[in-house]
Ligand binder design. Structure first.
Ligand code: DP6
Length: 369
């Protein structure tokens, strides 16, 4: 598929109004996306686990209007929210070409998260994918569920999800990996046939049972606003002294992960995942300007995890986003022991003792009325 294939060419505007609703999860990258080109094209491929409990629930009500330009209101947890509007305005501008009905309707966007807003958990992946999916449902309604744009003339779920992921990417890169589960690859690469820079692709290769219901407990080390937004962070990869090597490494790690996911080699998994997390932060520390997003407690937790692995035969490991919080990843069969370890040894490093238990999930769901 090319970007051209996602331009909606014909639709009817006889529909006066309607409502659609989706819930879409967050995701956690194993191989990180860090660095992008124009139009939200990633510099390197990434792969993520889709999460299950951390999600955004969004209802979009659309009403036909006569006025020009975009018109929308955003309600976050029931309260009108002006702060989210600029991001959505930018998103609408970027996607208007592909969903031209955007200017013909007024949209009421009502959204809420299952995780606390001030938790330092990025909600852009779940939030942008939820809106993208709602817009795809509206597109379906306006085309009466048939489209000449899809290769076979109707909205099969592949076209629907691909375009939803394509639109979500234009909202926030990592959001394109939230539409499906349990693993999603985004970015052209030689390891996965059918991979694309334009949208995330569901991982269809063999996955060993060791990874079934893989657990992710998110330790909330710092709930404050990030010192540097991901968008600014990506820009720092322009002219970065190690960029070329880093992008090549991501391709290598992706290829290695494919073998690991099939064989169930958890020791090898731990090495790739932790190295990816530290490399992401190393890129921030070696850019100009430079940043340290980890906090002392982030390092305390990492050291505790390493010590725990040394004294047990646990396969627990950590990964990080562009922030101080720690995602603790472990196989389902270690659930009881790791939760005990977290409660006794790690919780004291979390802000107000807060952490969130999650596990890998299957992707977004439409909520019927
Ligand atoms: C560190 O998707 O938040 O979480 O495309 O600018 O919205 P934008 O960036 P974003 O970047 C996420 C970066 C990351 C790694 C990852 O999720 O792959």
């Amino acid at each position: 598929m090319t970007a051209q294939d996602f331009i909606l060419k014909s639709y009817q505007t006889t529909v006066e109004n309607g409502s659609v609703k989706w819930e879409s999860p967050s995701n956690i990258a194993l191989v990180k996306y860090w660095g992008k080109k124009e139009h939200q094209i990633p510099e390197n491929p990434s792969i993520s686990f889709t999460l299950s409990n951390c999600k955004t629930i969004t209802e979009v009500t659309f009403t036909k209007k006569e006025s020009e330009g975009f018109s929308f209101d955003v309600f976050f947890e029931g309260i009108k929210n002006e702060a989210f509007k600029p991001k959505i305005q930018t998103f609408f501008k970027r996607i208007e070409h592909y969903v031209p009905f955007l200017k013909e309707y007024h949209f009421k966007i009502e959204t809420s998260n299952t995780f606390p807003h001030s938790s330092g958990i990025a909600s852009s992946a779940s939030g942008m994918s939820a809106i993208a999916l709602c817009l795809m449902s509206i597109e379906q309604i306006l085309t009466n569920y048939s489209t000449l744009d899809a290769p076979d003339g109707f909205y099969n779920s592949t076209y629907f999800k691909q375009k939803a992921s394509f639109l979500a990417r234009l909202g926030s890169g990592s959001a394109c990996r939230s539409v499906e589960g349990t693993l999603v690859v985004w970015g052209n690469n030689n390891t996965f046939e059918g991979s694309s820079d334009l949208y995330g692709v569901k991982y269809e290769e063999e996955v060993h049972s060791n990874f079934q219901n893989y657990q992710d407990t998110i330790l909330l080390v710092d709930k404050g606003e990030k010192q540097v937004s991901s968008t600014v962070g990506h820009q720092l990869m322009y002219g970065h002294p190690f960029a070329k090597e880093r992008f090549a490494q991501a391709h290598d790690n992706l290829a290695k992960l494919k073998t690991i996911l099939a064989s169930g080699d958890l020791e090898a998994f731990v090495k790739i995942v932790e190295s990816e997390a530290l490399t992401l932060h190393a890129m921030m520390m070696t850019s100009m300007p430079y940043f340290i997003l980890m906090k002392p407690n982030t390092l305390e937790i990492i050291n505790k995890i390493w010590a725990y692995r040394l004294k047990t035969d646990s396969k627990v490991c950590f990964t990080l986003d562009a922030g101080a919080n720690v995602h603790v990843l472990y196989p389902e069969n270690e659930k009881a022991s790791i939760l005990e370890f977290i409660k006794t040894e790690l919780v004291s490093y979390c802000q107000n003792g807060h952490y969130i238990c999650d596990q890998i999930g299957l992707g977004a769901n439409q909520i019927e009325f």
